[in-house]
Design a protein around this ligand. Structure first.
Ligand code: ACM
Ligand code: ZN
Length: 762
């Protein structure tokens, strides 16, 4: 019998390593660990010896093995750590598991550390229990692995300003990143709602900027705003920061501290209002959104920031400091004599170039200290500072522009890397900012934009997932939002492009989830729930297809509005619905519900499944979706843009023509628009309807009644048109995008998005 069978788990996965190694060759047999092993390390290399002790400590609690850590050359069974200078990439390694022992070869301790992460994932998940687990066979399936990352930068971000996370959680987060071979932690330490790092030269940052008097409840777009009435805050002392930095170093994670400027600084201005253009007073922000305040560009601000950054440099040994640069309003600068004087003296062309001046000055200062800056992609506007690295978040465009200018780029676009978005369509999801980013969309992300040539592509340093925490109040929810999406992104960053396969990933993740359970990780199980897809049915109505990634689970569903239980019909093929209704479904295992319930509204209206033509294609981010999503019988989500049911335009109008097949009476046409100015999405400036019998001559009836209503969560708009007694075969709908966003609103100066959902014809 081969080792593959012996090592096989119920899920049929033997080698569940995440991220997937570059090369993995299964071998027969297994290596059974026992009391008799030792760990051997290269002599005279303290970093390697430390790794040996790390490995011993990793294995000891669950196995009880008290292995010695020796220099190489002592006879006996061993896990041998071997320094091999022929392995050039410091993160690369070879792992060789044979019945008689295990060898780890790397050119640098980082590579050996990653080999250890692969090795631990080949051991039973009980290894992670943190306490003795008797009766487990601690066997490793034999294998030869040769592995190295695709990208040098693989990171996760955490916003500790909107909510504060204790030092113990920061270390746990870093531990979980490192376990999945991520090597950067972007620590978003300052923002409008709180300053979280002790700066000894500026005690009011601790006394005032680290606290806010209360916190907004609910979604930021809810009006009127509600507050919890409770003071909130906290900060990391420099001693705590040093401890976290040392911990991260031991896990080969570089911390990138972010000190936001020139915007997102209201907490700092609450403490030091003299650094503003107006003199204040200010308070640390208590609600979410974007604020008008910015650091003034007078000399005093640069004094302050250089002093702050000098302390920051002393704490963080990594090369990069993140200086923010995003979402800075320029209105205060426009009306400030000091800033206007700066513009004149420096010969700058307006406030855009003043922001550029600001960033360049800080870049020059940090460069003089041997450090480099990373900034959000807004730092491109008004001219990029020399040597700056760009973090591309508003899509890929910033990253493309920066790479073409010869700068390093980290890709973190909202649509695939913002883990504060919803990860499923379940009603049971905790409140999130919006959007929709299921696991598969993260996994499917390709960080190198096709627009770049091979040389420019090399400037894409890697990827990062961002975890903004307005709606993430505690560690538990942070883990829920981050995992398993961060693991999918870890594979995007590490594994060869050609080896990426979502089916394989899902099977390995299912196996891996038992390891996460042992570690107590509060990851989301939504990816293993029910997914829906709809197609127009033959002869009318809508056909719903259900699926799950969970092997061995059944799906049960209802169409009568009742929650599915163990007696509900079991799904065995497409479900056809001829009338409006609600389909609810969940997975079941062993007679019990195994996932949350998904709820899908179905609208079987006159246009459902009918041909639709678009005059102007939707925005390129949406072009993978067919026009038919506008008439597929599935209403778009009231809270989640990018749910696959919304299509978007920015510049061209949405112009759709629907063919109902035959001439028929039309009572109403319902249009659905997203409406969330905070994320630059506006309803149309105008919407019009016209009708035709032949598809050639269209006319707009007089006396058409039009009514607008807010959607259930207040973030969409329904517009219903009622033409007086009309018969038609064709309907044409034109909706004009809002245009340029006005001064003072988020995204001002940019084109607003127009999002169009289901077009419902009755
Ligand atoms: C960002 O999300 N404002 C970088
Ligand atoms: Zn000013």
């Amino acid at each position: 019998m081969s080792c593959q069978n012996k090592g096989k788990e119920k899920s049929g996965v033997t080698y569940a390593i995440l991220p997937e190694p570059a090369k993995l060759q299964p071998k027969p047999g297994q290596c059974r660990l026992s009391e008799a092993f030792q760990i051997s390390c290269p002599g005279g290399m303290p970093e390697w010896e430390q790794l040996g002790h790390y490995l011993a400590a990793l294995l000891r609690p669950a196995t009880g093995f008290a292995w010695p850590v020796n220099e190489q050359g002592i006879p006996g069974k061993a896990i041998a750590l071997i320094a091999d200078a022929s392995i050039v990439n410091p993160e690369a390694y070879r792992l060789h598991v044979a019945p008689g022992g295990i060898r780890i070869c790397a050119g640098h301790p980082a590579g050996a550390f990653y080999a250890i992460q692969s090795l631990r994932q080949l051991l039973p998940p009980e290894l992670e229990a943190g306490e003795l687990r008797p009766g487990i066979s601690w066997a490793v399936p034999c294998v030869e692995i040769e592995d190295a990352p695709r990208f040098p930068y693989r990171g996760m971000h955490l916003d500790v300003s909107r909510h504060f996370f204790p030092p113990e959680f920061i270390k746990r987060y870093i531990k979980l990143l490192a376990m999945h071979k991520m090597n950067h932690f972007h620590w978003h330490l300052t923002d409008d709602q709180g300053w979280r790092i002790e700066i000894k030269g500026y005690p009011k940052l601790q006394e005032i900027a680290a606290y806010r008097k209360e916190t907004q409840e609910g979604h930021y777009s809810s009006q009127p705003r509600r507050y919890d009435g409770r003071p909130y805050g906290g900060y990391y002392t420099q001693e705590e920061v040093k401890d976290i930095v040392a911990y991260a170093q031991s896990r080969f994670v570089t911390i990138i501290p972010e000190i936001e400027m020139p915007g997102h600084c209201q907490a700092a201005l609450a403490a030091y209002p003299e650094l503003s253009c107006t003199g204040g007073p200010f308070e640390t922000a208590t609600h979410w959104g974007i604020f008008e305040e910015a650091f003034c560009t007078r000399e005093a601000t640069f004094q302050f920031l250089e002093n702050v950054l000098s302390e920051v440099i002393g704490l963080f040994p990594g090369r990069f400091i993140h200086i923010g640069g995003d979402e800075c309003f320029k209105g205060r600068w426009k009306n400030c004599p000091g800033c206007q004087q700066r513009i004149r003296e420096e010969g700058l062309n307006g406030e855009q170039e003043l922001q550029s001046y600001f960033i360049r000055r800080i870049e020059r200062f940090l460069h003089s200290k041997g450090r480099g800056i990373i900034g959000w992609d807004e730092i491109l506007e008004g001219g990029l500072a020399p040597r700056a690295t760009v973090m591309s978040w508003r899509g890929a465009e910033g990253g493309i522009a920066a790479a073409r200018q010869g700068h390093g780029v980290i890709m973190a676009p909202t649509s695939t890397c913002y883990f504060d978005y919803y990860q499923s369509m379940s009603d049971e999801e905790p409140l999130a900012i919006g959007g929709y980013l299921p696991l598969e969309n993260v996994y499917g992300y390709e960080p190198v934009p096709p627009e770049l040539n091979p040389e420019e592509s090399l400037r894409i340093l890697g990827v990062q997932g961002n975890l903004w925490t307005e709606y993430i109040p505690d560690a538990r929810q942070a883990e829920y939002m981050a995992f398993p999406r961060a693991i999918a992104l870890a594979e995007v960053g590490w594994s060869p492009k050609g080896k990426r396969d979502f089916g394989s990933f899902a099977r390995r993740l299912m196996h891996h989830s038992r390891r996460l359970d042992e570690l107590g990780v509060e990851y989301s199980r939504q990816a293993f729930g029910v997914r829906t897809a709809a197609v127009p049915a033959e002869g009318g109505g809508v056909e719903i297809r259900l699926s799950t990634l969970k092997e061995g689970a059944s799906i049960r569903y209802t169409t009568d509005g009742q929650e599915p239980d163990n007696h509900s019909p079991e799904y065995s093929g497409p479900v056809k619905l001829m009338r409006d209704g609600v389909l609810m479904a969940a997975t079941f295992e062993g007679g019990a519900r195994a996932s949350s319930i998904i709820r899908q509204e179905i609208s079987v209206h006159r246009a459902a499944g009918r041909p639709i033509r678009l005059k102007h294609p939707p925005h390129s981010d949406y072009r993978h979706l067919p026009a038919s999503v506008l008439v597929n019988g599935l209403p778009a989500s009231e809270t989640r843009f990018k749910d696959g049911e919304w299509l978007a335009w920015q510049e061209a109008p949405m112009e759709a023509t629907i063919d109902l097949g035959i001439l028929q009476p039309i009572e109403s046409v319902g249009l659905h628009f997203f409406n969330d100015p905070g994320v630059w999405i506006y309803p149309p400036s105008a919407a019009s309807l016209s009708f035709s019998d032949d598809g050639a001559i269209f006319h707009t009836p007089e006396n058409m009644e039009e009514r607008a209503e807010a959607g259930a969560q207040g973030r969409t708009q329904h517009r219903t048109f009622r033409p007086a007694s009309i018969r038609a075969r064709y309907i044409r709908i034109i909706a004009q995008p809002h245009g340029i966003i006005a001064e003072g609103a988020p995204g001002s100066g940019h084109l607003a998005w127009l999002l169009v959902g289901e077009i419902v014809v009755r």
